[in-house]
Design a protein around this ligand. Sequence first.
Ligand code: NAP
Length: 160
Amino acid sequence: MIALIVAYTRNRVIGNKGQIPWRIKGEQRRFKELTTGNVVIMGRKSYQEIGRPLPNRFTVVVSNTASFEAENCTTASSLPEAIKKARELQPGKHIYISGGAGLYKEAIDMVEKMYITEVDAHIEGDTYFPEFDETLFEKTIDEQIEGEIPYTYVTYTRKG
Ligand SMILES: NC(=O)c1ccc[n+]([C@@H]2O[C@H](COP(=O)([O-])OP(=O)(O)OC[C@H]3O[C@@H](n4cnc5c(N)ncnc54)[C@H](OP(=O)(O)O)[C@@H]3O)[C@@H](O)[C@H]2O)c1
């Protein structure tokens, strides 16, 4: 299964100045639950923000300027190559495309599911999740979490 996973605000912001511009305790729980034991594909800037491969899962970094090789990490020069490597090196694992903006834009047409955390706030940023045709997907609301900044886990599943 190929999916994408993202958190964005009411104004579709995913990042600002290379970072995620909110801190909400527990908000990344679903990311951890879904991706652990599986494969994440991320752009070079997102990877460098984290600074290391995430534990207990395999990371494919997409980059044409740098190479990241470790026991649980490799590099690819495009999204299709990253998916091919993930399938070869980690057969049978789920693949989660984890940003940033360019990879999400390319991935929307490829993925079966989009795991989205809707952050219920308007937050300034410089990086956005692209607009997409919502009619192509079935939307389910999985969990609503209250708090200073409420958020909702939703899933979009491609129709047909
Ligand atoms: N809210 C969320 O869920 C979420 C998730 C992820 C990231 N973010 C945020 O998003 C921001 C980073 O995203 P970003 O869009 O600026 O950068 P990014 O996608 O993480 O990294 C961009 C770099 O990745 C490589 N790349 C991306 N797409 C490629 C492609 N199709 N083919 C080849 N190489 C490709 C290129 O690396 P080279 O220049 O090395 O060739 C490019 O410069 C940060 O603020 C981060 O915190 C938020």
